[in-house]
Design a protein around this ligand. Structure first.
Ligand code: DGL
Length: 280
């Protein structure tokens, strides 16, 4: 099964998927050369999501997790229509936040693209009657994680400028609406202490994936997986990146404790081919 993100953020989802579905063979693609998607136009994001999805299908993927809120918000419908495999998307945890917030004030940190998408607007609308959402685009945060910066003084100062106004408005919950942001949980906690409950949906995504696999009859049979594991020990995910993959390797080591090889991959698409022929 395949997991894709604009970059390294999807590793937070991969971690949860590995924990929930240890027998599944995973393939991960980071489109880091073109991250952040949150600064791209809608057509670019849809073009990349589809091209990478098609490449993953050609590699034999039986399902695709679009582990990127930004790509999901822009292109999940088209991707589902065009790919011959089940496609699972992600969305900011507005619903769990609205269910648990005591103060009824909830901060939402996500990319500008996610926040302005029709999909997100509709999701937030369903819960705005009794909950106030403070929407904050996380400019600069994806770039920091892509550099493996999760706690520099500059990053903490940037985070403080996003989080302090939420605390001042009495928020008690913060939705991490981008899969890169769970890497910043310690930095956020250094600012908020325990005043903010952080909502990360990666475990819920893994559960949803489990249900989908069962409903499509695609789950690796345990007996088969056991035999497979005995023969080869537990198989590591295959990692691919559209840039040099160094940051992906570093975060996979620190977050997942995995010493992995990252293969460089070129996945051309209509928009990247146009960029190459007209780089300005
Ligand atoms: N991990 C992506 C998300 O969940 C980051 C998007 C970006 O590259 O800006 O939205």
């Amino acid at each position: 099964m395949a997991i894709f993100d604009s970059g390294l953020g999807g590793l937070s989802v991969l971690r949860a998927v590995r924990a929930a579905l240890p027998d599944e063979r995973l393939i991960y693609v980071a489109d880091s050369l073109y991250a952040p998607y949150g600064e791209r136009d809608d057509d670019f994001i849809a073009d990349r999501t589809l091209a990478i999805g098609e490449w993953l299908v050609s590699q034999g993927a039986k399902t695709l997790v679009v582990a990127c809120n930004t790509a999901t918000s822009q292109s999940i419908a088209e991707t589902r229509e065009r790919l011959p495999i089940p496609v699972i998307g992600v969305e900011p945890g507005i619903k769990p936040a609205a269910l648990t917030s005591q103060t009824r004030v909830v901060g939402v940190l996500a990319t500008a693209v996610t926040l302005r998408s029709a999909r997100f607007q509709a999701l937030a609308e369903r819960h705005t009657s009794d909950c106030h959402f403070i929407l904050q685009p996380g400019h600069g945060l994806v770039q920091a994680v892509e550099r493996c910066d999760t706690n520099s003084p500059e990053l903490v100062a940037l985070l403080r400028s996003y989080v302090q106004p939420m605390l001042d408005a009495n928020a008690d919950t913060l939705v991490l609406g981008c899969t890169h942001y769970p890497f910043l949980d310690e930095a956020i906690r250094s600012i908020s202490g325990d005043r903010l409950k952080l909502v990360d949906t990666s475990v819920a995504i893994a559960r949803q994936l489990e249900r989908q696999l069962d409903s499509f009859g695609l789950r690796a049979a345990p007996a088969q997986a056991q035999a497979h594991n005995q023969a080869q020990a537990v198989e590591l995910p295959r990692f691919y990146s559209t840039n040099d993959g160094r940051a992906l390797r570093q975060l996979a080591a620190s977050l997942l404790g995995l010493d992995v090889t990252v293969e460089h991959i070129v996945i051309p698409s209509r928009r990247t081919l146009a960029l190459e022929s007209d780089p300005v």
